[in-house]
Design a protein around this ligand. Sequence first.
Ligand code: 5GP
Ligand code: MG
Length: 190
Amino acid sequence: MDILIPADKIRQRVGELASQVAADYAGRPVTIVGVLTGCLMFLADLVRHLDLPLRIGLIQASSYRGERTTPGDLHIDPALLPDVRGRHILLLDDILDTGRTLAALCEHLRRVGVASLKVGVLLRKVGRQVVPFEPDYCGFEIPDAFVVGYGLDYNDEHRHLPDILILPGPSEDGETRRQGDKETRTQKEK
Ligand code: 5GP
Ligand code: MG
């Protein structure tokens, strides 16, 4: 697989993002909420730079493709989310693609009643967004390729790889792959 972003570049950029986050929160408490499962490396690396009063929570979003749901409908599982009411939240995800997942998660968190909400993504695919969505922090803009590594998977594989790599394969498979993270979970939940 071809390396798109090597581990040392990721490390450097995550450090820069952490400096921005630290400056913006300026010592105020923050609850970092990671979107499972792709956020894990990004979250773990980012928080270790942050000298702030900090809580960590996790949230899961799965798209159901059952007969009674519209394709792409998101199911949000907040079982691992601490009480976020009245707290300053930084939502972290691995990649912003169409924007549907993050838009739905933001709506969910706002409905719960958070004090403030910012969003950080490690990657953002250029030209793929169908939902207007501007992250507050973005590591890298990348072309429309399917990427794995540094937390990102294909069928739950490759998450452990330290670089971000381009998964080779037929482009017509792109849509299935893009949903891979969510679909894999959906399969397990059935
Ligand atoms: P969105 O709702 O923005 O279309 O979907 C975002 C989610 O789709 C990401 O959190 C990730 O799970 C998955 N995704 C989108 N693009 C890629 C990609 O290139 N590689 C991997 N592994 N997952 C992706
Ligand atoms: Mg994801």
